[in-house]
Design a protein around this ligand. Sequence first.
Ligand code: CP3
Length: 344
Amino acid sequence: MNRIRKPILDVLCGQIPEHIPVWLMRQAGRFLPEYREIRAKSKNFLNMCLTPDLATEITLQPVRRFDMDAAILFSDILIVPMALGLSLDFREGEGPVLQTVSDQASISVLEYNSEKAAPVFETVRRVKQSLSGMPTTLIGFCGAPWTVACYMIDGNSKNDFAAARAWAANEPGKLDTLIEKLIDASETYLAAQIEAGAEALQIFDSWAGSLKGEDFAHFIIAPTRKLVSRLKKKYPEIPIIGFPREAGDGYRPYIEQTGVDALSIDPSVALDYAKRELQTVKPLQGNLDPELLVRGGEGMKRAAACILDALGPRHIFNLGHGVVPQTPVENVSALVEQVRNFRI
Ligand code: CP3
């Protein structure tokens, strides 16, 4: 039996999709009234991530409402450090607060316990089952080693990860140990998502822009390449999207050297550069500014049209970063309709 054609998998495999696929990072979240309703009734955000009933429902909400081409697993990149034994809390209006590591000993004691992440895999299984027969691609994810290390070293983003950057500059050996641990844990974590039914993966390197030059090569490209090559060895058919946000000059070496199948780009990447220097290497995803989605109207429409015209069918339409909570739902509907109506 032939599989049903899935536009996202078509693009990721280098084929021409039947329409340009679209999904949005943070498509499940506070901008959706049906998400806020569940959120109001739940103990906290982490509890929602670890309750398969709730996480499955939330993952499916944007697919139902907007007919997105992907369902992105509802979870968080900080589940991996939690499964490594660090305590994690999401405080109201404050974002995540993670227990930190300090010396080699505090890194050595970390041991990845897959059981702690088991509800996430159960969510993947349930979402996959709900999507059966649909052209929607189920995307699993993890944070990249560098970005997750940032949270494990600094605990939160308030200080722009100054401590993590200081490790990179002054104690690279210690950072290497932590990153190796994260490569191992992320490999196991993503393999379990694939076994549970994830059809594609995204690696979020949200703080990739904070490293340059040799540090970028050493702490971003090399660990990502290692993680990708180990997964590819076991699961050659599962495409992987890399998102080294704000990498600037680093996007090109990242896409050439990490082995990812596609590159997600942030709003600062100029479309002519993306088309000429990046899309010629691999398919792209992105890169509408989330603020334009908040404002909607003609401005959004023009910007989306520019992206569609420039990047055409070797492209998955998305934002350049996540949907923000104040985004009007009707702007998302209008955007999806515009992408769907675009003739390749
Ligand atoms: O994209 C999706 O819809 C899937 C789910 C998803 C979430 N977080 C849910 C979430 C994904 C893929 C993530 C990834 C994530 N988490 C990243 C990488 C992407 C990025 O945004 O750069 C990072 C850095 C995190 C860590 C994190 N989680 C932060 C910094 C915050 C606070 C910011 C905020 O928006 O409040 C979170 C919380 C979080 N993760 C929310 C959601 C829906 C908001 C939680 C709430 O309801 O209060």
